[in-house]
Write a protein that binds this ligand. Sequence first.
Ligand code: MN3
Length: 199
Amino acid sequence: MAHTLPALPYGLDALEPHISRQTLEFHYGKHHAAYVTNLNNLVAGSELEGKSLEETILAVAGDGAKAGVFNNAAQVWNHSFYWQSIKPAGGGQPTGALADKITADFGSFEKFVEAFKAAGATQFGSGWAWLVLDNGTLKVTKTANADLPLAHGQKALLTMDVWEHAYYLDYQNRRPDYISTFLDKLVNWDFVAANLAAA
Ligand code: MN3
């Protein structure tokens, strides 16, 4: 079965004023959609056709000759995960088992915020900031371009896209303002908690 563009979990204007309809029209409607189209074109007729997205990513990770497949497959996965990582009226602080785990592994929620903001701000060029589960411990990481925790044996719990296309129409060069808004107004802690519970 061909890879498909998953439905956005909210309307195109649902994240305003923090992320505009125009940004989602391009980011979801053009960029994410193009990764799906590119991936289907690249695997058509190959042994990768019909494999799941995760199987595809793991099959080509680290294979320089298949970098195009990896980049497009990973970007399909990353964006689908990103749309679920945010929601209208999100932000604030997690509760329950997730809050306890963050305190246990980072020292405090504030220490997590500090690490996550630093990861997003210091990712040079295009990439992603993550909260991952690595051998049972929560960690903040960053990856370049399309790279993702799955390729490093880690379980992704939360991601933030820091490619310029994620924020430039709304924040121009002010990536730190986008990062602060992501944490204060958008992050979907229910999604993160569900990922942790399923890990
Ligand atoms: Mn993006």
